[in-house]
Design a protein around this ligand. Sequence first.
Ligand code: NAD
Length: 250
Amino acid sequence: MRLEGKVAIISGGARGMGATEARMFAKEGAKVVFGDVRDDLGKQVEAEINESSGEAIYVSLDVTDVSSWQNAVDTAVSRFGKLDILVNNAGIVNNQSRDDATAEEWDRVMDVNAKGVFLGTKVAIPEMRKAGGGSIVNISSISGMVGQHGIHPGYNASKGAVRLLTKSTAIQYASDGIRANSVHPGPIATPMTEASRADPERYNNSISRTPMGRYGQPEDIAYGVLFLASDESSYMTGSELVIDGGYTAQ
Ligand code: NAD
């Protein structure tokens, strides 16, 4: 198994890509702590993983709150003995665009998507050092590489911040054996994109910009995250893994 003996934390794991990664990591032998603000959904995913012979613990986690992160890391260490992997996956999007975009939503999007990654990293690093190294996988987006219509500009800014924060983490902690890489999904069929997929204009706009002509599935991203989390990518740090059906290739 590709994550045998590893202990991982995944944020935003109650649904979407985070839940898929929690299931996949457990199947590949990791002991998983995953957190979210959607406790009911998170507990359902926890039960499902443990019933299918994986090992996972759900914790309430608000990524904007440092004590909430500390609780997640303490849970990993007290229940599973250490921390090797952190996946900063939690994120929100807001469709206010152009003149409608408010400063309040700027703060909210930046808080969850950018500060949340900074806080998770900050709290996880001391335990990764104790473990002799680790792998941090930050979920950015194609929105961290190119501008987009129809979303709050803060979403682009927050995902761009995650891209560079990842490189900063990579160079600052390489000497501790801690790697950090970012993942840049294109349009993926998760609850986050449910409303845009149901709107013919927004759906067609996404599809027409994606050379492969379809939304990706959460598994398309989770396999990339699994690779970066595992020792298979042991010489990769500060890099960007784009999984977007060709969206940013044109
Ligand atoms: P999703 O909405 O289905 O899942 C995101 C999860 O994050 C939810 O369970 C949500 O409750 C959780 N979350 C939100 N705020 C939180 C907080 N403060 N603390 C803890 N958890 C919180 O979305 P998804 O599509 O699975 O997105 C996962 C990541 O991928 C996000 O960072 C998103 O920005 C990014 N992304 C998504 C797409 C896409 O097309 N779906 C594309 C590129 C990047």
